[in-house]
Design a protein around this ligand. Sequence first.
Ligand code: ADP
Ligand code: MG
Length: 327
Amino acid sequence: PRLANQIAAGEVVERPASVIKELLENSLDAGATRLDVDMEKGGIKRMKVRDNGKGIERDDLALALARHATSKIHALEDLDAVATLGFRGEALASISSVARLTLTSSRDECGQGWQVSAEGREMHAQLTPAAHPRGTTVDVRDLFFNTPARRKFLRTEKTEFNRVDETVKRLALSRFDVSISLRHNGKGVLSLRAGSNRVEMERRVAQICGPAFMQKALHIEVERSGLRLWGWVAEPAFSRSQADLQFFYVNGRAIRDKVVSHAVRRAFADVLHHGRHPAFVLYLELDPASVDVNVHPTKHEVRFRDSRLVHDFLFGSLHRALADARP
Ligand code: ADP
Ligand code: MG
């Protein structure tokens, strides 16, 4: 089963950022309100995620690493199936098969916890007591130490870190109610306080998108026929790379979608008369029944039941807001 995991991990553990995404999602699943991410050398040397979630029971620790390991992958022929399943039920198992992973957790207010480790194909299922406040720490060292072919696909530390940074920021803009910190090589990179009122949200958006974005940003909030759009948009007249500044969420999930980007781009081009990439942080909320978010679990795709309606709503709302804001 460890070998099978290693093969599967080759398909799904691409780089530090994909590991971080899975770890953060696990922490949120556990109800965490505080996430601390600590990286070394772009995450390749080490990445540590600590949360204050509900923790893992002593007897479930080893299971968390081994979970579903045998039930999903039986042979190489199953790899196609694995690729489409993505990480579901096997993130920790996959990660630990291509790195040295230590899982420490406590469900206890007094700080009594337990720890288990795995290293590549070797699982050290032995539990050891460890002091840990209520919550979980996943410590991942030496990514791809046992799969040199995978390691070669990694870019520079700086590039890998930038992707992690982007992943953390994208998530941070979907959970204003969670405190998040990010450190790299011992230095604080991001420190976001929880808070969901307008002032607190705008402070976070400014921290993530930069003060220049927030200064120019237009706050919008539109609701019509069961669709709601809110967030911030700005004309991109500053130098930062614009790809960094496009955040779109559908019912709280970060997505990239052609219908959405087309509508947004058209609205901007129409009002501002230039084709530069707009900068935005936007949230679309609609009846969950009218959108399918499970097109692909590891990609950020959706399928709208009525994409024409969504397109026209986005275009119309943005167009009006931008036009009204023109002097
Ligand atoms: P999945 O999240 O799909 O169940 P994972 O391999 O990501 O699979 O995690 C395995 C299990 O380990 C989870 O179902 C959960 O029970 C437990 N777990 C992982 N991370 C955490 C965490 N940060 N806090 C609490 N439990 C966790
Ligand atoms: Mg998971």
